[in-house]
Design a protein around this ligand. Sequence first.
Ligand SMILES: [Zn+2]
Length: 492
Amino acid sequence: MRAQIDITGRLIGAVVHLARQRAPRVVTSHPRSPSPRPIHSRTQILLFAAQSPLSSTESTSSVPMGKRAATVEHSTQSNYEAVTVTHADLDLVVDFSAKTISGTAQLKYEVKRSGCDALILDTRDLAIQEVSVDGAACQFTLASPHKALGSALSIPLPAGAGAGSQGSTRVRFATSPASTALQWLSPAQTAGGEHPYLFTQCQAIHARSLVPCQDTPGAKLTYAARVRVPEVMTALMSAVPVDEPGRTGQESGDGTRTFSFAQQVPIPSYLLALAVGQLESRELGPVSRVYSEPSMVAAGAYEFSETDAFLQAAASVAGPYVWGRYDLLLLPPSFPYGGMENPCLTFVTPTLLAGDRSLANVVAHEIAHSWTGNLVTNASWEHFWLNEGWTMWLERRILAKLYGEARYQLAASLGILRMQAAVTDWGTDHPFTALVPDLSGACHLTGRPCQSWRCGTAATSSGEEPRPLTLAPSLALPRRHRPRRRLFDHPL
Ligand SMILES: [Zn+2]
């Protein structure tokens, strides 16, 4: 995910502007600044670019890189290690007037440990209406809500369900208007101003307010879905549309249209995603399209025309692309994030529409997540640094393939500078500057301390040859902070 536009893209974009004798203006965001800091002059830009940690005299001797390394997952109440949901089959109806989604989730599960008598799922602000197991109605228990983690849904397993046994449960449910995963936009919040719009944001632990699930990056599942929406709208998900190539959905004759999807690569719950709006699309490449409201789709097709080149560069570094499709959804102007790496369908902000493709590095970043984070996933949110750290490294490798090694060196140098500035700003003993933060307390809702990914980038890049930077000894992971057990659920 990109929470803000990367300074590298803006800086390089500004240098391009300088070369074209156009007035430069670079804006950089600072984590705690009330407003962006503008850099106005050519001199300031070149001074900023010329600063290198190799020549910096700033002391980093007291920078902590983490307090703990054990894999502990605090973000879920589910028993995913004892009973694992392996597949979800979703039937969903989107109701814009009520601001709810209702439907059913048919969940296949596998028992991993004998002696377990229930499947426990995460929910938050969901109305659980009916539950059955292997076709038979059952009594379920919905616990009183935890402020951050929601209400655990306990579903009894058939007697004698030992390790290795499989089954399925069907849950009828409805979301609430208070769902933290669902962002309902009024027509006034869209570019077209005519129709409402819906998009989801499930990272870090919001999927539980969309569907009952095991809401942790430590559990993965495949899914299929059918989504009914108003007839004038298009539904998209983080999956491959089943009705390729038309993608017009199936008319129901009652003013609605149903779209079908399949995600056959196992994903963690935070990568579930849905968007519904009045959308058009343009082809970007053999496996890519850009979707947006009609008024922005041509600009999006121009801005993101390098998408296929990014995909090929990434595959040459990280291996085959396994997700089938890589589409982009350009969201309405009120979309509050830079980008989100939903599989098969990256969400991006229209603030990337610079007109000169200078901010397309955000797309390279989200493409990189197709391998780091989406395919190989951190087993707990405490080790989120592995996700974003490796992704920043791969993003820069993609850009180096296209634009040369100097691009990598510049981006890596600026990244280290930003990390050092952030650590100085927040303080060396602040939890947000820990490489492996303790999320057992108040950090549940975000689950992604803002600086751990920058520290992670430094850690994951430290073995690079040629090394972009020489890390100060204090920035290398001390032995006591090195991982003591497997962190990835697949070998890297
Ligand atoms: Zn990211």
